[in-house]
Design a protein around this ligand. Structure first.
Ligand SMILES: [Zn+2]
Length: 111
């Protein structure tokens, strides 16, 4: 499983939300722990046009998904063209890749 991990398990001094931004490695047990205690869940981001899978993503907290933090993307099925993230099947524009996240295009995806 392709996951970035942070050493301390379980993390004690900071919130899971904060911990997940750290770019080190998380292990699988830590992920399960996060899913258990926080609002985190694993979602599949799909193309709204053809329903192809784009990302398997660890979403923390409630609310809408506007962008995908790169270190929470568990599986990446997308096609890249420079910094453009495209649907692997129909080629429609899903998002724009920034430094640590992918900014999603409104209406181009569903989950
Ligand atoms: Zn598509």
């Amino acid at each position: 499983m392709k996951v970035f991990l942070n050493a301390t398990f379980p993390p004690t001094n900071s919130s899971p939300e904060k911990k997940l931004y750290v770019g080190d490695e998380y292990d699988f047990m830590f992920l399960l722990w996060i899913v258990g205690v926080s609002m985190a869940r694993i979602i599949i981001v799909r193309c709204s046009r053809c329903r192809a899978k784009i990302f398997r993503y660890l979403k923390v907290g409630s609310g809408k998904l506007w962008h995908c933090w790169k270190n929470r993307i568990l599986d990446d099925y997308s096609k890249r063209q420079g910094d453009r993230v495209l649907c692997p099947k129909c080629g429609s524009l899903i998002g724009i890749e920034k430094k640590n996240y992918v900014k999603l295009v409104k209406g181009a995806y569903r989950y």
